[in-house]
Design a protein. Structure first.
Length: 196
């Protein structure tokens, strides 16, 4: 993340995202696939790191193998296989977009971090003599079980997350960069899908 200044001099926390150029690798139509969609590829990949079916798929599109492939349904811009899509063709400053990505993995976490239990100090959940323990998890002889969905310690993060209503603060068409106000899911260098 970084920050930019608006016209009033306020600092705005932003995320810089590289958005292409993206190459159209497949055009799906209602006659052939039952719906209309564009499949686009981003960032060249080495052929040795690409599976043989994908190599054939990219050869049909007459393009080099791509690292990331995504499909967008009901795309409003008319394109054919091999065409390039740039950031200024799709987005404009002031647009509302959503970012879809994989959140940072945090490993195995306890109930305080994972579910926001209070521990001893806040006296909501937790045991009296152990600060971050979950406390009791079940009832007595009835129902004699722990209910499904009980909030307990476990793996946290590495989930698909969608952040909605992000504002496009600025666009740099020459570098294919887009700056959105706020944070997007994932670590630095991870892939996100930006949709209108």
């Amino acid at each position: 993340m970084t920050s930019i200044y608006d016209a009033k001099g306020n600092a705005i926390a932003c995320t810089v995202i590289e958005m292409g150029p993206c190459v159209v690798t497949q055009v799906k139509t209602a006659e052939t696939d039952g719906y209309f969609a564009l499949q686009v590829g981003f960032k060249d990949a080495k052929e040795k790191n690409t599976t043989k079916p994908l190599i054939g798929h990219f050869k049909n599109a007459d393009t080099a193998p791509k690292r990331k492939v995504a499909e967008f349904r009901d795309f409003s811009i008319d394109k054919k296989i091999g065409d390039t899509i740039t950031v200024d063709e799709v987005f404009a400053e002031g647009d509302k977009v959503r970012a879809i990505g994989t959140s940072k993995g945090k490993g195995f976490q306890g109930v305080v971090k994972r579910h926001g239990f209070g521990g001893v100090g806040e006296a909501t959940h937790g045991q009296h003599n152990r600060l971050r323990a979950p406390g009791s998890i079940g009832a007595s002889s009835f129902p004699s079980k722990v209910f499904k969905g009980m909030r307990m310690a476990g793996r946290m993060g590495s989930d698909q997350v969608t952040i909605r209503n992000l504002n496009v603060a600025k666009i740099f068409p020459e570098q294919n960069l887009i700056i959105v106000k706020g944070a997007v899911p994932g670590h630095k260098g991870s892939y996100v899908i930006i949709e209108k």
